[in-house]
Write a protein that binds this ligand. Structure first.
Ligand SMILES: NC(=O)c1ccc[n+]([C@@H]2O[C@H](COP(=O)([O-])OP(=O)(O)OC[C@H]3O[C@@H](n4cnc5c(N)ncnc54)[C@H](OP(=O)(O)O)[C@@H]3O)[C@@H](O)[C@H]2O)c1
Length: 291
């Protein structure tokens, strides 16, 4: 499937390729016969040592950098007949009570998770048209079922899902599928990075307002400590299936927790909110006193 009719490898541009899901996915896609143009921002991880992987520097929040990446890929012989897919996988989690999230952090959340995929898809569409390609956007289960103290990530992925659903209708004229993959919690460095960023943000927050949420934050820390993250392989399999399927589905859900959140999202709002508040320990939280 990774090869075209002439026996040449087809190309896929993948963002966040040095991350937990990205690196495993790059390996799997090359194993399946593709050349992977690996979008990397700072660190390249082990990508340099992988055959059929071409590192491409890109910051998805910078439209100029995204244009440069598309031009670099377009000049490569493996993209001479266009691309088979673009996979918008780069992402970050911004967490905390929305009242306390600094504006710069809120902006970062949407710039990486929502605007980034829009810029990348815009810049790479000529290559996708030439190659009969597809767009794969990596969303999250929280796009369907927003969770407390995870408002920024939930909203950024819900917005990405809306962009995907609208653009699917626009690109149908060229037969370019737009596919959304919704992973559940997965064992990668994303949670440690989110916690570190939240700690930095807390350091600049007004202590009085932060004290109001002491109970919420303690309950959330307990939930996160108990969270069971699934293996990256289940997400890699879902994305690789989306990349290879002759007639891809609109959505792929990866993980039983993601399927459970999808079911929860269909319940009446009152029932759903009681269940979520209960599982996040928020029903026994009393508002903290300002200091
Ligand atoms: N892990 C989960 O539980 C989970 C669940 C649902 C959805 N997802 C989604 O899956 C995707 C991959 O996440 P992951 O778990 O593999 O996280 P990860 O290990 O933290 O990898 C994220 C990658 O995104 C890159 N990135 C961040 N900001 C960027 C920017 N401005 N430009 C270009 N690249 C940037 C990072 O590069 P640097 O190293 O240079 O920062 C990193 O390589 C994300 O979209 C995430 O939201 C993950």
């Amino acid at each position: 499937m990774g090869e075209n009719g002439r026996g040449a490898r087809r190309g896929i541009f993948l963002t966040g390729a040095a991350g937990g899901i990205g690196e495993a996915l790059a390996r799997e896609l090359t194993r399946r016969g593709f050349t992977v143009f690996a979008g990397v921002r700072r660190n390249r991880g082990a990508l340099d040592d992988l055959p059929h992987v071409v590192p491409v520097p890109v910051d998805v929040t910078d439209p100029g950098s995204v244009e440069d990446a598309a031009a670099q890929v377009g000049r490569h012989p493996a993209a001479a007949h266009g691309l088979h897919a673009v996979i918008n996988n780069a992402g970050v989690i911004v967490q905390g009570p929305l009242e306390l999230v600094p504006p710069a952090e809120l902006r970062r959340q949407f710039e990486v998770n929502t605007l980034g995929p829009a810029y990348v898809t815009q810049a790479f569409l000529p290559l996708l048209r030439a190659g009969g390609g597809r767009v794969i956007n990596v969303s999250a289960a929280t796009a369907r079922m927003p969770l407390p103290l995870l408002a920024p990530i939930s909203a950024s992925k819900a917005a990405l899902a809306a962009l995907s659903d609208a653009q699917r209708l626009e690109l149908a004229a060229w037969g370019i599928p737009v596919i959304v993959v919704e992973p559940g919690a997965t064992e990668t460095p994303i949670f440690a990075a989110a916690e570190a960023a939240a700690k930095t943000a807390a350091g600049v927050a007004d202590p009085g307002r932060r004290a109001l949420y002491a109970g919420h934050l303690a309950a959330f820390a307990e939930v996160m400590a108990k969270q069971k993250n699934g293996p990256v392989e289940r997400v890699v399999k879902a994305i690789a299936t989306a990349a290879e399927a002759r007639s891809p589905k609109r959505r792929y859900v990866a993980g039983s927790d993601a399927r459970a959140l999808r079911t929860l999202a269909r319940l009446p709002a009152g029932v759903r909110e009681r269940l979520i508040a209960g599982s996040f320990g928020l029903r026994k939280v009393t508002p903290g006193a300002a200091v």
